[in-house]
Structure formats: C-alpha cells, structure tokens
Ligand binder design. Sequence first.
Ligand code: SF4
Length: 209
Amino acid sequence: MPNSAAHPTASEMTLAYELHGNCYLNITWHCTLRCAFCPKFNGTWEVQGYDLLITREPSVEALLTAIGDPTPYKEIVFCGLGEPTLRLDTLLTVAQAMRAAGKRVRVNTDGLANLVHGRDVTPELAAVVDSLSISLNAQDEATYVRHTRPKREGAFAAVQAFAVRAREAGMEVTLTAIDGLEGVDIAACEAIAGQLGVKFRRRVLDRVG
Ligand code: SF4
C-alpha cells in the first residue's frame, strides 16, 4: 500500500477509465481475495497507465459524473482493483442507468457474490447486466487458494456454482484464467468452463479487459 502522502484526493481518483473503446468503472478497492499476482499487493495500483488507487467508495452520482456521456463507448465494464459486487447496490444502480442509456454492461468479478452476500444475487444482476467475466483462476482448489488467498472457505466451489447460476439467470458468462501463473493449467480451466456450460478466455497477467 502506498503511503498516505501519495493518496489521491477525491477529484484525482480514477473512477472511470477508457480501454479498448469501453468505459471501465473502478467502484471499490475492497476484495474478498488477496491475489498474490495483484498489482495492489505488489507496490502499485497502476493498470495500463491508470492509477486505480481510490481512498473512499464513490457514490452513484460520482460514478455517473465520471462516465459522462456514455454514447461513445461500446460497453460499460465494472472492473478496477477491487471486487465490484461487494458494492452490489451501487453496481446495480449504475448498471441500470447505463442499460437505460442503451449500453451493454459487463462485470468483471471474482464470482464470490453469492458466497459473500449469503443469497443468490444472479437474478438481480441479470436484470441490468449483459455479461460476466468470472475469474476461475485455477483448475483445482489448492492452486486457486495458493494464488488468490481467499478470506472465505469454499471459494473455489462457490465460483463455479455462481457461474452456473449466472448462466441460468440469463447472462453471458465467461470464465477466465491467467496464462503463465505457476501451476495453472489453462486447458484444464477451459475444460471446467465447458463442463459448466460457459465460455472461457485465457488472460495475460496485468492486462485488463
Ligand atoms: S480479485 Fe482482482 S483486484 Fe482483488 S486482489 Fe485479486 S486480482 Fe486484485
């Protein structure tokens, strides 16, 4: 964690950032995982040239102001150095506004929302979200736990159950894993996605999107 003297003020925080023609939203810095490969645990909050350190949780109004006119963007993507479903109400409200503006909405997530919230939130998400990109991260629990250091028991199974519920709720679901992480078998991860009836995408370390 950078020292407090380097913390951005509210007006300096990067709440919305443009990548690949999409608008990415950075709505929290909190996570259920503590991934060993995460930039924020490796001395920087910078991703693709954007400093994603935020020091307080932005309001719906602040996020809508940061987006501005969504017309130019192909997609609105909830994805920062934090888990967006931890702020479910804010996510749902902003997503609803973007859907009303005719935008596609994607959430990049750890897939632990049902575990954390203690109920199935996929119907609420499906009402305003088109697609989910869910970090499977590994082909087995031991490898998953080693790389992601979850704060809760049962996370690896919970991710897979969430993916199935999300598909059944009507969202387009893609599981992802990072190629090149020690012990991660990309082909085996892809096979799990196939068994769960969802898509798979191989990711490259430190590349957001
Ligand atoms: S879930 Fe994402 S933001 Fe959170 S610790 Fe892991 S890599 Fe970092």
